[in-house]
Design a protein. Structure first.
Length: 531
């Protein structure tokens, strides 16, 4: 109890400092008809970043700032609890908590999906029509409502909320979820359509799950969205609908560099990737700097060892778009059926960050396929690779560039992945080609140049990591998810920011952001920074 009270007091003090600071440095937003929407969330470091993007956009469009809550269905009920509504109004009125922080940098109003009790009856016929036409998982993924693609958002949200590996379309749980998702879509569609001439831009934190509904609908009405992080800003519109096209959209950079710069890229990237696979870098997942365990496979009569590097079943599987099956569950069963037709051993390695969550799903799958072997959590990547892997399989994981660096061939399960402009991993044209490739691995090979790995790494991890906020991030340590949460997601980041603030830095940040907003680019680069 003492710790709880102390933390409340500490958070109050940190928030008070940033509120006083913001009121001094940001201009009061005009009460005009033009609107900039900004997503409401509780992450301190993003409050700082979004306050600057909001300032730049409001100045450009002479607009007022309105915050919106987008976690309905994800972490809150569709029909709000009356008590929560009252508490929310009190916190907004008295500028308490995160509401006060948003008000301090100019937010004039807060909205959330206010769902009316009678909306289901109003939309009943349309909802039933959508349900009837969505009778397969593939059709769900392709679902469009009012010509706006939303099926992938619904699909991934269901997996996340209920921690499922796949969807049973006939289950009452999914049917209820599907109805609520459709109703949520219509609320956002009506709001944005009614205000399409007023809304000039939207600042978002997420573009996946049902968080992405405002983004998709806004883009349909030709409203640009901006998704910031500590290392870049992404402009989302009809021409750039996926935040994951960053490398693809910037590959031309490699055509305009000197030989000296290219050689530097090769040396630098080689050293950084070497640190990853040796377990010396925080940016690598499940690489250890010491070998502690020795993995053994009992049956040695297999002609090939295939490593299946699993993804988290529920972690936005369609973030890059569709792959050759509807979800990771179907991918695993496909591999299981293929395993029965050959003499390979299939080593199933769960995702290191969601191992415990995915373990039950994987056990249910591989019990039907005797040649599949589940790798225990204690084994690092190096300990698995030391047994001699012939091929590794992924949908779009980072092993697509890490393992080829070590000489291991990787086969992808989608054409929508970050490496599609490079040949260091192999991508079949379609599902039939994928199956044919796996059934004929004894004859399969492909050639690649490691220099492509270095070029990809540099574009992804260096060129597109832009310190437009002058946070002075360490290129590896601070970009690791765990350290990021420790450093930036807590309210004491407010105090750190205020201490290091200067008017010169303030003006440069606004100029950096304004340069990007005014450009035709979709991703920030160092070209947008004040020289």
């Amino acid at each position: 109890m003492i710790n709880y009270i102390y933390n409340l007091f500490k958070n109050f003090c940190f928030r008070s400092k940033i509120k006083l600071h913001n009121k001094k440095v940001f201009e009061k937003k005009n009460n005009t008809k033009n609107i900039i929407l900004i997503e409401f969330n509780g992450w301190a470091y993003l409050h700082i970043i979004k306050s600057y993007i909001a300032e730049a956009l409001c100045l450009k469009f002479n607009a007022k700032l309105i915050a919106f809550e987008s976690y309905t269905i994800i972490s809150d009920q569709l029909l709000k609890n009356p008590f929560k509504i009252i508490v929310r109004k009190i916190m907004i009125f008295f500028s308490l908590g995160t509401y006060g922080v948003y008000k301090s940098f100019g937010t004039t109003n807060f909205i959330y999906p206010e769902i009316k009790d009678n909306i289901y009856n109003e939309k009943k016929n349309l909802i039933n029509k959508l349900k009837k036409k969505t009778n397969t998982k593939s059709k769900l993924l392709d679902l469009k409502i009012n010509n706006i693609h939303v099926g992938d958002l619904f699909y991934d949200t269901y997996l996340k909320v209920y921690r499922e590996s796949t969807i049973d379309l006939k289950s009452s749980l999914f049917q209820t979820f599907f109805t609520e998702s459709i109703i949520l879509f219509f609320w956002w569609h009506e709001y944005i359509k009614n205000n399409k001439n007023k809304i000039k831009s939207i600042i978002v934190v997420h573009s996946v799950y049902t968080f992405g509904l405002p983004v998709r609908i806004a883009n349909y009405f030709n409203i640009e969205c901006y998704k910031p992080s500590h290392k870049n800003i992404i402009k989302i519109n009809k021409k750039n609908p996926y935040i994951t096209n960053d490398v693809t959209n910037n590959i031309s950079y490699l055509n305009n560099i000197t030989n000296n710069k290219r050689n530097y890229i090769y040396r630098y990237s080689k050293e950084q990737i070497k640190n990853i696979v040796k377990g010396k870098s925080k940016t690598g997942k499940n690489y250890k700097n010491k070998i502690r365990n020795k993995l053994k496979i009992n049956n040695k009569n297999y002609s090939k060892k295939i490593l299946v590097s699993c993804h988290s079943f529920a972690d936005a599987p369609h973030v890059y778009g569709k792959f050759f099956k509807s979800d990771f569950f179907e991918w695993m069963h496909l591999l299981g059926r293929i395993s029965k037709k050959n003499d390979y051993v299939w080593l199933i390695k769960p995702h290191p960050l969601t191992y415990d969550q995915d373990l039950l799903h994987l056990k249910k799958i591989i019990k039907n396929y005797p040649k599949m072997v589940l790798i225990k959590k204690k084994y690092s990547n190096q300990e698995v690779l030391n047994i001699g892997i012939d091929f590794a399989l992924t949908c779009f994981g980072t092993i697509s560039f890490e393992y080829p660096f070590l000489g291991i061939k990787v086969i992808n399960f989608t054409q929508n992945h970050p490496y599609k402009n490079f040949k260091f991993s192999f991508t079949p044209q379609n599902l039939d080609k994928y199956i044919s490739t796996l059934n004929n691995l004894k004859k399969f090979h492909y050639k690649f140049n490691k220099k492509e790995i270095y070029e990809y790494y540099y574009l992804k991890r260096v060129f597109l990591n832009v310190d437009y906020m002058y946070l002075n991030l360490h290129p590896t340590r601070d970009l690791d998810g765990y350290n990021l949460r420790k450093k930036f997601f807590v309210t004491n980041f407010y105090e750190q920011w205020v201490k290091k603030w200067s008017l010169t830095k303030h003006k440069k940040i606004l100029k950096n952001i304004s340069n990007f907003i005014s450009s035709s680019d979709y991703f920030t680069t160092n070209e947008h920074l004040v020289k």
